[in-house]
Design a protein around this ligand. Structure first.
Ligand SMILES: *Cc1c(COP(=O)(O)O)cnc(C)c1O
Length: 370
């Protein structure tokens, strides 16, 4: 049996009428850029994240950029994040003129190790961006405590964690700002590019709204230099409808993760993801860790099982960040994960027979490649 890594068509088929109607509504009202559908989604999403404000924008990358610029971070500043993230986290830091600083990750959660944070802080540090990788929220209490005691802003990169929780708090509600991506493959995915920033701070919300729309206070009156990071009306309409399904989709992902882990944790050569004790994981990615990753992936590919690597090269070893002068060995846990992790098929519509096929393919691989 072939199992795709991701199947967006399967989801569309379950909500086809709703999606088509949502798109038609936007066309009927020609509310293409910003407008009432985006505003409605902003209200819905802010409520979902238990935040006062959500500012819709054009991508997760733009969400991070809006937050950093609006907090006044720029040239000469340092921003701390994790080395095992999508490049966009570091790019946003670079885009505002600041320097990305990395701290290694925790072996169990694959998230920023909060005990290493304090040592990375210098007089230039202005903010920290914890990344809730794979859908698991970082140790926010520790991170917030360290950030508070040094007067740092906290920007949550929640691009993989829509609906995840830490204790009673939703991802995106704990820092000064929470950044979300609605890239089609994310847990809440648009039919195109989109993102949002959440915050409880009215001045910050206002500033992000202005940056997003050319620094406009009112039409054609520009009080600051901004740019265009607006969200499409069609994406707003789609996301409002899909948001109503998100809790159910996230629960399906958790069930799939549990099914995988139950079966795969029997094998001492496989490290399955840790399930958080104080919150809900939303399994944007289900990654296992194995020493013989590349051989396993080849074996799975031959059997029609789609897999991925998130991410094969940590940011500090990317060519684009060579100028930082960081070498192999600086962040050993993140580097080991980049060598040893493989992401298995994960999407809400995954069927038990497909999970079975993936596990079976892994099980037959073990004696061959070990
Ligand atoms: C997807 C993602 C982003 C960027 O989002 P885009 O919408 O693709 O710009 C940023 N950070 C993380 C951790 C992501 O997974």
């Amino acid at each position: 049996m072939k199992v795709p890594f991701l199947d967006l068509k399967a989801q569309y088929e379950t909500i086809q009428h709703l999606m088509n109607a949502a798109i038609q509504q936007v066309i009927d009202q020609t509310a293409f850029a910003g407008g009432p559908f985006v505003e409605r989604f902003e209200k819905d999403f802010a409520a979902f994240c238990n935040c006062k404000y959500a500012i819709g924008c054009s991508s997760g990358t733009s969400a991070l950029r809006l937050a950093l610029f609006s907090l006044g971070i720029g040239e000469g500043d340092e921003v701390i994040t994790a080395p095992n993230t999508f490049i966009a986290t570091a790019e946003a830091i670079s885009a505002c003129g600041a320097k990305p600083i990395f701290v290694d990750i925790d072996e169990k959660t694959y998230n920023m190790d909060p005990d290493l944070l304090e040592d990375a802080i210098t007089p230039k540090t202005k903010a920290v961006i914890p990344v809730h990788l794979y859908g698991q929220v970082c140790e926010m209490e520790k991170i917030l405590r360290v950030a508070d005691s040094h007067g740092l802003f906290v920007i949550e990169d929640a691009c993989q964690a829509h609906g995840a929780t830490y204790k009673e708090w939703p991802a995106g509600s704990m820092g000064d700002a929470g950044c979300f991506s609605f890239y089609p493959g994310k847990n809440l995915g648009a039919y195109g590019e989109a993102g949002a920033v959440t915050t409880n701070k009215p001045e910050l919300a206002e500033k992000m709204r202005m940056y997003r729309d050319h620094g406009q206070q009112s039409k054609y009156y520009h009080s600051m230099v901004g740019w265009n990071d607006r969200m499409d009306g069609i994406q707003g309409a789609i996301l409002s409808v899909k948001l109503q399904c998100l809790a159910q989709w996230n629960q399906a992902r958790r069930n799939h993760a549990q099914a995988y882990s139950q079966r795969l944790s029997e094998f001492p050569d496989i490290i399955t993801p840790s399930n958080p004790v104080n919150g809900n994981h939303v399994y944007h990615i289900y990654a296992i860790r194995v020493r013989f990753r590349d051989t396993l992936m080849k074996h799975l590919a031959e059997r029609g099982i789609g897999c991925g690597i998130h991410y094969p090269v940590p940011i500090h070893l990317q060519k684009a960040y060579r100028h930082l002068g960081l070498a192999e060995g600086f962040f050993p846990v993140a580097e080991a994960c980049a060598r040893e992790q493989v992401s298995l098929p994960m999407f809400p519509e995954l069927r038990p027979s497909q999970i079975d096929a993936v596990c079976q393919a892994i099980e037959t691989a073990l004696p061959v490649i070990n």
